[in-house]
Ligand binder design. Structure first.
Ligand SMILES: [Zn+2]
Length: 324
């Protein structure tokens, strides 16, 4: 990407439930990095004021600002429909930002979309124009960049891959979105922990408990993964159920979007290599064969920098930006 260094300096912000990260970014280089706890003072106007303070102190006049928010957005002007992480509902966050930073182009993005764009522009998807990302952390999120453009959809909820349905029975597991059978309800880290507790409390025996120091309540995805790899029947059985569900969600995404690169990231992916490999095997089995040709599956490369780089790059390219 020879053009990256000709892009203007932009500010990227990654606003999660725990940390507010901000950076001054040019192309794929972070010139200055900042992180602070979100803390209790987290109403949208206070957060906007804190972002404005960083921007005014560190960014050149007029530099665009991109903010990735752990939230479900509605439309393209930064209206936050719901953010469980921040405790926000129906908040005109973009308007608050524009008031605090008049004259600057400001874009507000879903955090996973920003991370996806960061990995596309400067991370594991660099050099490709067609990148899909799947992040399996406490939940499951996704994003898609096709022909170099972030897909956002009609109302800005494109590529919410965690809510792809993978189990269709009446007793499919319930997802936080209110529906049953979403891949997140099977693979998301918080759902996995609940499942471990439930089955171990009901009497399941597993080497994963020994790996967790004998405490069933302390069993994590990493313990279950190690036990599954060693052939523990309960752990391997659970992974044999769950890995294909994640795999088919990724396969169907590839069948729909035909990416060159799938970027996989998130805490569960990082800590459960067996689950991840089995999911990749299932994906390769079920993806439409023409879409499998040349398909690469890569690990996310930028870690916590992906969100600030991605939101800065989106703003630098003027994607869904507006100024007051
Ligand atoms: Zn769901």
């Amino acid at each position: 990407m020879g053009g990256a260094h000709r892009l203007p300096v932009a500010v990227g912000v990654d606003l999660g439930g725990t940390h507010l990260r901000a950076a001054v970014v040019q192309g794929d280089r972070i010139r200055l990095r900042h992180r602070e706890p979100v803390g209790n003072d987290r109403d949208p106007r206070s957060i906007a004021a804190r972002i404005a303070a960083f921007v005014s102190r560190h960014a050149p006049p007029g530099a665009p600002v991109g903010v990735g928010v752990a939230a479900m957005l509605r439309g393209f002007d930064g209206f936050v429909a719901h953010s469980p992480h921040l405790g926000w509902r129906d908040e005109p966050f973009g308007a608050a930002l524009r008031r605090q930073l008049p004259g600057r182009p400001i874009g507000v993005y879903n955090d996973v979309n920003a991370v996806t764009f960061g990995e596309y522009a400067a991370g594991a998807g660099r050099g490709s124009r067609d990148v899909v990302a799947v992040f399996v952390g406490t939940g499951v999120g996704g994003g898609a960049v096709l022909s170099g453009r972030l897909l956002t959809g009609f109302s800005n909820t494109c590529a919410e891959l965690g809510h792809l349905k993978v189990v269709l029975t009446d007793d499919a597991r319930l997802c936080n979105c209110g529906l049953r059978g979403c891949v997140e309800a099977y693979c998301g880290g918080s759902y996995l922990l609940a499942r471990f507790r439930e089955e171990l409390a009901a009497g399941a025996r597993s080497a994963a408990v020994d790996l967790a120091g004998g405490d069933p309540e302390a069993v994590t995805a990493a313990h279950v993964d190690a036990a599954a790899r060693a052939g523990d029947p309960w752990a391997a059985g659970l992974w044999r159920e769950i890995a294909p569900l994640l795999g088919v969600a990724i396969a169907n995404t590839c069948t729909a979007f035909n990416p060159e690169v799938v970027v996989l990231g998130g805490g569960v992916i990082d800590r459960a290599p067996t689950l991840t490999q089995w999911a990749i095997d299932a994906c390769m089995r079920w993806v439409n064969p023409p879409a499998r040709v040349g398909l690469r599956i890569e690990r996310a490369a930028l870690g916590d920098d992906a969100g600030v780089i991605g939101s800065a790059r989106l703003a630098a390219e003027g994607v869904h930006c507006a100024a007051a």
